[in-house]
Design a protein. Sequence first.
Length: 552
Amino acid sequence: MVHDRAVQGTEVALAALRSAFPDTPFRHHPGGVPGVFVPLDCLIEACRHLRDEPGLQFRFLSSVTAIDYLDRFEVIYELRSLDRKVDTSVRVAVGREDPVVPSVTGLWRTADFQEREVYDLMGIRFDGHPDLRRILLYPEFDGHPLRKDWALPARLATDGWPLPAEPHADVRIETSDSDTRIHAHHGAETEQLVVNLGPQHPSTHGVFRLVLALDGETIVDADPVMGYLHRGVEKQAEEGTYLHLITATDRLDYLSAMYSNWALALAVEQLADIPVPERAEHIRVIVGELQRIASHAIAFGSFTSDVGAYFTPFLYALREREKILDLFNELSGARMTYSYIRPGGVAQDLPEGWVERAYAFIEQFPRQIDEFEQLVNGNEIFLARTKNIAVATPEMAISYGWSGPCIRGSGIDYDLRRDRPYGIYDRFDFKVITASAGDCFDRYLVRVKEMRESVKIVKQALDALPDGPVQTPVPRNLRPPVGEASSHVEAPRGELGFYLVSDGSIAPYRAKIRAGAFINLGPLRDLLIGWKIADAIAILGSIDIVLGEVDR
C-alpha cells in the first residue's frame, strides 16, 4: 500500500512537471523507490512547482539523502503531499569533482539541518544555503566519512582522534571581542552574554549543547550544537550485515528501540521481498504501541520535572514504564535494547502467560493516565510555564518537517499509521490526536492523549492475535537483490525511516536514517528567540529529543 502511494504520487508529479516544463527532460527513477530524475539546473523550479501547484501540494520534505555511486553523487528529496496522501522523490545527479547542488532551504526550512548533514558526511556543497557548516562532526574533522573514497587516517590507529581544543567551536552566534555588548533593557543597561546550556546539563536530555546569546535573561540568538554522541551508525552499516544492523538500531532512540528495529526490518523486507507472518504483524503492533506508551511516559515525567511542576509525576510515569519494560524483558531478555523485531517477523513467540499480563496492564493503565492529568493539567506552575510558550504555526511545522506529536500539536492531522499505513495498521480503529495552539502545552497534551489511543490499539491487536509462526526464515548472510528501499514508521518522536541501497552483497551499500528527533530540532532557534532562559528548558523539553537518534 505504501509503495502504491509512491507510484501514484510519482506518476502525478512526473506528468505535472512535463506539462509545466515541456522542454526539460524528466524521467522515472528505475530503482525500487519511485521518483523523478530532475536536471540539476531545474531543481529549484521543479521543487517549487511540486510544492505550490494546487493539484500537487508536496509541501512536506521528509528527508534529504545522498548516495555515493563512485562515478557520481545522487541527492534524493523525499516529498509528501499531506492533502493527497501520496509520496514521490526528486533526484538529481552531480559529479564527484567539487559537487555543488542548489539549496532548497528557500522552499523547505527543514533542509537547513538536512543539507548540513549531507555536506558534513558526504562533502556535497549546497549553493545558497544560509549557514553551511558541519553539524555532527567537529570543524577540524578530516574529510567526509560517508564518501566511498574516505579512509580512516592511519595516524588515528596510534594517536587517536585529533580532537580540537574546543569541540564544535564553529557556532553561529557572533559576538564582539569581549563577548559582551551593552544594551538598554527596560531603562537599564544590560550586557549581552553568550552562555552554554549543556552539553552536561540534565534538562538537555543528553549531551546536547545549546549556545544562547542573552540580553539580560531574554534570548536574542541561539545555536543548537550536536554531535557529542555521534557514533557513525550509517558508516557502521556499510561494514556489517543487514542483521548486524538490528543491534545498532537499538542504540538510536534508546527510549523506543522497538520502532528503530521495526523501521529497519521494513526496509530490508522491501529490498528482499520477505513476507511477514500474520501473528508477527500483530505482535509488532502490540509491542510498538506499548513502546509508544513507555516512551511518552518518560516524555511526560521528564517534561513536568523540567518545568518545575514537581517530581511526583516523574515517579508515577517511571512506575508505569517499568511494567512495560517487565513485559519486554520477558520477550527479549533486555529492558532497553531489544533486537526483537527483525526482518521476516520477530525474534521469538510470546512467552506463556504474556498475553494475559499485557491485558492486565492495558486494563489498569487508563486510570493511571487519569492520575497523570489530575496531577499536572491544573497545576498553576505547569500552565504558566507551557501555555502560549513557543508557538509553532501549522505552516512553520510543515516547512520544518516536523512530525509526530510536535506537528500534531500545531494542528496538523498527520499520522503515518493512518495516512501511510505500514504493517497491519489499516485494520485498527484509533483517533489521530491533534491540538490547535501549537505551544509547549499542546505538544505535551498530544502525547498524553496518544497513550489512551495506544491502549485501544493494543487491545484490538491482542483480541485479534492469530496462531501461527512468528518468523519467516531469513539467511544469516542475507543478500538482497540490487535495488533501493525506503521505510517510514510513526515512532514516538515522529517519522523514523531507513533508506537502504543494496549492491547485492551482505551489507548495505548505503543506509540513511531519517531521524525524527534530529529533524524536529530544526526550528529550535526560531522558537527560542524572544523568550527567557528559563523558558528554553520548557521549549527544548516540549520537543522531546533523544540524543542517540539526533546524533546517530
